[in-house]
Ligand binder design. Structure first.
Ligand SMILES: Cc1ncc(COP(=O)(O)O)c(C=O)c1O
Length: 444
């Protein structure tokens, strides 16, 4: 069906240059497997799992079917004061995947809500233990934790913060970023070994400045996704855990991207052998089909919140959303996790990720304007030389050009990212890498 251009007048698109879009609209009308169909009938290979979401590919029949069945059985039930069978089931399945005693799940509908939920839970937990003075949050430069006021404040992507000054939470600090373009511009499925210690700054400057006894939580993406797929130095996450333990600070892994298989493991926490105090998730948990997010927290956090003298009818954590644990979204999550098992998707991601990385390095390293390539798990990023006169422009142009040639890649600042569904074939990897390489050459 052709869309009448006039009918596009009312939609304001998120994180999109809307003026440019109006000149040349990009409209998807169908999707199946690894491909979209555009309004013009073009087939486009989805090289980014539709923003890291569609990890099993599009139009997975058992997930669709589970949603239909749930709609006919219980479409929605008020979330406050009630649970649904499906929400309990989804929580159990998710907790089973998470390592250690990460056993309690709070649902919401997005990664942004998950970040803000985790921040509020950190404050409430410390207060419940008589440490209400712990109110400082620490994030990291170029981190992304969504667009809520909390997540934006601990996030560190300059463009997302620039115009919201007064809305930024006070008492938030940021660690230095984890990229060393001199020694580790090229990373291929391994953790860079840094000679210097990137966490000395946290220990010697940031924590003493605020006093560690005031710090509620440190938030990191185990692999920095939205900034452009930056891989943590060897030992970094383990040392962060030790520092947090030493000072009674909660460690939160934002696994909205890394959760549900992107690294070939259920969570980055499993892969790195580090148990954070909370994991935030969204996206892949339902294969992106229906919004669902959440926070998995350790038993001790839950126990401290339940250990209260308040009367039995008092709510222990005054927080939640109308759609927390929506039964249709939870049915999609259960079906997605069933499909993970059925199709062995974690193992497939673990196996195919290095092939993607090898293909990107082989075809793109050395091309004009390329200053770095980082691959890890089932994603790879190509970094282009920055142009101070037009930041991000070339990457955006290459994104448009690849789309015109039938492949969806993602531009993130000066990076171009590939992060396909775990069912991608070798031929599809070759197509996306060749298309990207050809476009980079055209834009030399
Ligand atoms: C690490 C991380 N946290 C949070 C979010 C925000 O998720 P949402 O867009 O669902 O609010 C994202 C989105 O890309 C993300 O990558």
């Amino acid at each position: 069906m052709q869309q009448d251009p006039a009918s596009m007048d009312h939609l304001w698109l998120p994180f999109t240059p809307n003026r440019q879009f109006q000149q040349a609209p990009r409209v998807m009308v169908g999707a199946d497997g690894m491909h979209f169909t555009t309004q013009q009938g073009q087939q486009v290979l989805d090289g980014i799992s539709s923003l890291w979401c569609v990890v099993a590919g599009h139009n997975v029949k058992p997930i669709n079917e589970a949603i239909h069945q749930q709609l006919g059985r219980l479409d929605y039930a008020t979330a406050f004061q009630f649970g649904t069978d499906r929400a309990f089931e989804a929580a159990q399945r998710i907790a089973e995947l998470a390592p250690g005693d990460l056993n309690k799940v709070l649902f919401c509908s997005s990664g942004s809500e998950a970040a803000d939920t985790a921040m509020k839970l950190a404050l409430a937990y410390h207060r419940a233990r008589g440490q209400g003075h712990r109110q400082v949050f620490i994030g990291r430069e170029r981190g992304y934790h969504g667009v809520g006021l909390g997540g934006m404040s601990i996030g560190g992507i300059p463009g997302n913060r620039k115009v919201f000054g007064a809305a930024m939470l006070p008492r938030v600090d940021h660690m230095r970023f984890i990229h060393d373009p001199v020694h580790h511009a090229y990373v291929q499925n391994e953790l860079p070994v840094w000679e210097e210690d990137p966490l000395l700054e946290l220990e010697q400057r940031i924590l003493p400045l605020h006093d560690p006894s005031n710090v509620a939580a440190i938030f990191v993406e185990p692999v920095a996704g939205s900034a452009g797929w930056y891989i943590p130095p060897l030992g970094y996450l383990q040392r962060l855990r030790q520092i947090c333990d030493k000072h009674g600070i909660l460690l939160v892994f934002d696994e909205v991207i890394t959760g549900f298989g992107r690294l070939g493991a259920p969570f980055a926490a499993n892969l790195f052998g580090v148990v954070p105090d909370m994991i935030t998730f969204a996206k892949g948990v339902t294969n992106g089909v229906i919004p669902l997010g959440g926070v998995i927290c350790r038993d001790g956090i839950h126990a401290a919140m339940m250990n209260t003298d308040a009367p039995a009818h008092a709510i222990e954590f005054s927080h939640g959303y109308t759609y927390s644990g929506h039964p249709v979204a939870c049915a999609a999550a259960v079906a997605t996790l069933d499909w993970f098992r059925e199709e062995d998707l974690l193992a497939r991601a673990a196996q195919t990720g290095p092939q993607l990385g090898a293909a990107v390095h082989a075809a793109i390293r050395g091309l004009p304007g390329v200053v770095g390539i980082r691959s890890f798990g089932m994603a790879a990023a190509v970094e282009l030389a920055a142009d101070p006169a037009a930041p991000g422009k070339k990457a955006f142009d290459i994104f448009l050009d690849c789309l015109a040639h039938g492949v969806l890649v993602r531009s993130a600042g000066d990076n171009l990212v590939l992060a396909p569904a775990f069912v991608v074939t070798p031929a599809q990897i070759a197509q996306m890498v060749e298309t990207l390489a050809a476009s980079i050459k055209r834009h030399a």
